[in-house]
Design a protein around this ligand. Sequence first.
Ligand code: SAH
Ligand code: SF4
Length: 372
Amino acid sequence: MTEASEKINLLGLSPTKMEEFFASIGEKKFRAQQMLKWIHQYGEADFEKMTNMGKGLRAKLAEISEIALPEVVYEDFSSDGTRKWVMRMPGGSSIETVYIPEKERGTLCVSSQIGCSLDCSFCSTGKQGFNRDLTVAEIIGQVYVAAMSFHEPGERRERRITNVVMMGMGEPLLNFNNVVDAMNLMMDDNAYGLSKRRVTLSTSGVVPMMDKLGDVTDVSLAVSLHAPNDELRNELVPINKKYPLKELIAATNRYLSKLPDRRKATIEYTMMEGVNDTMEHAEQLAELMKQVPCKINLIPFNPFPNSGYKRPSNNRVYRFRDHLINEGHIVTIRSTRGDDIDAACGQLVGRVADRTRRSAKYIKAVQLDSNQ
Ligand code: SAH
Ligand code: SF4
């Protein structure tokens, strides 16, 4: 999105808000559906080309509204097919979005905030500090850009994106309303039509917001656990001091119980050598996770400069996994994709005009370190 404008940006209107918008100018509900299709399925941003809308309506729309698209500054392709887009936001910061193609599906990893305020010790987004929440247009704009990159303008887009995970930069539950509106667009048949099972929100455990989420949506849930006891989790994921494991597990179960089907939560566990990857940790994790219907996703740590952590060897990861499997758990290991273009989990940094001054401290530490 470029300069701030007085006009309403239709890109960021959820299906309900689009209906309200058209009602406010005396138009019927079906206009909202037509507009959603033009924007999200045909990628059309020019009102004049929306031929099923009358001339008068098109003029009115142009007067009071616009379809302002994100500004892509950079697009990168990995040798394994992963793609990364860097999008500039007003104010000079930038965010990153990643597309990961697999045999049966294509997953888009979407950001929800510029930076993150939660400061997990192993996350490069966290180390950059926090700037601001993304708007609905900026969140859905990432899906728009990726979806449109796969098709010719004017044609109905191909379905290359089958899954969206809110696992880019930021903590989605701390930008609640905008993330919910954007996910409603992802799942709307007139927009991206994704199944609720294939839209996943990942949280580090903002417990009260998990309950709120269950009241308004039924997307899939991923919980970033990373440690099997409070002492270690307090260190790695500081929000644990506010909402410890017991509360997090209870909230996860409450969320699952509200879903209309028997879906499991995904438990994400980033593995760092010597920190949370010993057999003792595996034993604790296996016990703890018996309290939640879940599949466990092990993520070997993705390094970034001066993180202070190391990725464990494959053997260590397999041993850890095997113990969990022997204890009856479903376990996957996330393959590292796109690391040649810094697009792997936790490597997304964008450019954050930090308002917490955390990055200043971090940069200083990096400089000290590289002087050694
Ligand atoms: N804030 C949300 C969503 C974004 S993080 C959350 O924390 O869940 C997406 C996932 O990547 C999280 O599970 C996060 O813990 C993981 N991650 C962060 N840094 C990582 C790193 N350096 N290597 C591997 N995974 C990382
Ligand atoms: Fe924020 Fe998630 Fe990174 Fe933690 S892991 S700092 S919650 S983006």
